[in-house]
Write a protein that binds this ligand. Structure first.
Ligand code: SF4
Length: 118
């Protein structure tokens, strides 16, 4: 990947989705992380394991493939908030909505969440 950045981009990380996903080992998730956090560009929503799980539990999507989950989230949330949305879902997934033992009793979203156990 680093060789491709040096050889094809004069050592500069590309700041477009097409440029990033063309690099070896870089998929849409990583590209969204770089675009949102390094370049301040809301091109998409990062869908990692936390975002995928929480989007499903919160009823924001019925899809399971990351690309389709991302599309549903992009339709629901204003573009300016896409990078923050993924940060918030990842943080909430780590802190409260654990994959195996979601702490619904401590969750601020429990009144709204269709998967709440309380
Ligand atoms: S209520 Fe439970 S399942 Fe829903 S987001 Fe909160 S912790 Fe997760």
């Amino acid at each position: 990947m680093a060789e491709a950045v040096v050889d094809e981009h004069d050592g500069e990380i590309p700041d477009t989705m097409d440029g990033l996903v063309a690099l070896p080992g870089v998929g849409r998730k990583t590209a969204n992380v770089v675009l949102g956090n390094a370049f301040g560009k809301n091109v998409g929503v990062v869908v990692d394991t936390h975002v995928k799980r929480l989007a499903g539990r919160l009823g924001l999507t019925k899809e399971t493939s990351p690309d389709r989950v991302e599309k549903d989230l992009m339709e629901l949330v204003p573009q300016d908030d896409w990078t923050d949305l993924s940060h918030l879902l990842i943080f909430h997934g780590r802190a409260i909505c654990d994959a195996r033992k979601p702490r619904c009793e401590d969750c601020t979203l429990s009144d709204l969440c269709p998967s709440s156990r309380v």
